[in-house]
Design a protein around this ligand. Structure first.
Ligand SMILES: NC(=O)c1ccc[n+]([C@@H]2O[C@H](COP(=O)([O-])OP(=O)(O)OC[C@H]3O[C@@H](n4cnc5c(N)ncnc54)[C@H](OP(=O)(O)O)[C@@H]3O)[C@@H](O)[C@H]2O)c1
Length: 335
């Protein structure tokens, strides 16, 4: 039965220099082989697009190896089991996979996680109940350690990670200030997500506006952007501030490193700045996911998705994400 299925996949054709371009990708078709012993064949339904994918397209040294030229682009998906030779998975089961940018894929049972799509949409396991949600949870609570009354600043505040960070920090009794691009995103961050304020960095007076939004300075900065946004936040650091370096999206397409100018603030304010990679907490994901699911079920967590239709539009979806074109967690609907 499965021998007749044709797979469609997006492979890395070349490494980008600067901005990602459509020519960096190639779309291919190939027959789907039936699963071997212990394997499961999955039809992917949702593909997650994430900023880290820009790093995997480059061969610069990082915390994981790059995607090889001609290999399928990496990524998490949620899909449905269509054929199984593994006792733990059956036709119709919904699973979280690392099968990447393709319509079908075969995985060993241990590479799949069963998801319950009866209570929340299956796509949520790629966002608020997935890697971005867990990143927000551990980054904020384990590194940021917010205390009631403190000021927490979150950049890329309307996005997958930032939106969760801000809502969690509000739950701790903090003053939460978002930074986002454009009036619409800022309005969403304040009115829908409940942040106390949001600074539109595209309005051209970031330093002035951030200072006005943080009159007592910054105790916790959850940094998703880097560059001028981080440099500006650093200048407002309070004594013993914690800076969680989660992402530097403003620098991912850059061909030259940003020159930080506010280092003196780290010294005089005894700032702790720590990089975080979510995998470091992989043994504890369940802890974060249980808490996030409970908050979602009780309406304490609002969540938004940004959806691109069809695998062939995945390259454009990533290009757009890296330019801030998404509004909420970026996904590709595959079927
Ligand atoms: N360390 C980890 O383990 C880990 C795990 C997951 C994610 N991350 C990082 O967390 C950050 C947020 O990821 P996400 O998945 O939640 O993405 P996202 O926030 O949903 O989307 C990315 C957002 O970045 C913002 N952005 C700010 N400055 C930008 C610039 N100069 N160019 C392009 N975009 C800019 C855009 O929002 P505006 O329009 O508001 O600018 C865009 O919507 C990323 O830096 C990512 O690499 C890290």
């Amino acid at each position: 039965m499965t021998a007749a299925i044709v797979n469609r996949r997006v492979v890395l054709a070349s490494r980008p220099q600067g901005n990602v371009a459509p020519q960096n990708f190639r779309i291919e078709e190939a027959p789907v082989a039936p699963p071997g012993e212990g394997e499961v064949l999955v039809r992917n339904e949702w593909l997650s697009l994430d900023p880290y994918m820009r790093g995997r397209m480059s061969d610069a040294k990082s915390y994981v190896p790059p995607v090889a030229i001609d290999a399928v682009m990496v990524g998490q998906t949620v899909g449905e089991v269509v054929d199984s030779r593994h006792p733990g998975f059956h036709k119709g089961d919904k699973v979280l996979t690392s099968l990447g940018w393709q319509l079908y894929g075969t995985a060993r049972g241990k590479e799949l996680v069963m998801v319950d799509a009866s209570r929340v949409p299956a796509s949520y396991y790629l966002g608020v109940l997935g890697m971005p949600g867990v990143t927000a949870w551990f980054g904020l609570f384990e590194i940021g350690k917010p205390k009631a009354g403190e000021t927490v600043v979150v950049s890329a505040a309307s996005g997958a990670v930032g939106s969760v960070v801000g809502q969690l920090a509000k739950g701790e009794g903090c003053r939460v200030v978002g930074i986002a691009g454009g009036a619409k995103k800022c309005e969403y961050v304040v009115k829908e997500l409940g942040f106390d304020a949001c600074v539109d960095y595209k309005a051209g007076k970031l330093a002035e506006d951030l200072r006005a939004a943080c009159p007592d300075g910054i105790d916790v900065d959850f940094e998703n952007v880097g560059g001028a946004v981080l440099d500006t936040a650093l200048r407002l650091a309070r004594l013993n501030a914690r800076f969680v370096i989660c992402g530097l999206i403003a620098e991912y397409n850059a061909t030259e490193a940003y020159g930080y100018k506010a280092m003196r603030s780290i010294l005089v304010n005894r700032v702790t700045m720590r990089g975080m990679i979510v995998f470091d907490w992989k043994d504890r994901y369940g802890e974060a996911l249980a808490d996030l699911a409970a908050r979602l079920a009780t309406g304490k967590l609002r969540y938004k998705e940004s959806i691109v239709e069809g695998l062939d539009n995945a390259p454009q979806g990533l290009i757009s994400l890296l330019a801030g074109g998404n509004f909420g967690k970026q996904l590709v609907k595959l079927s």
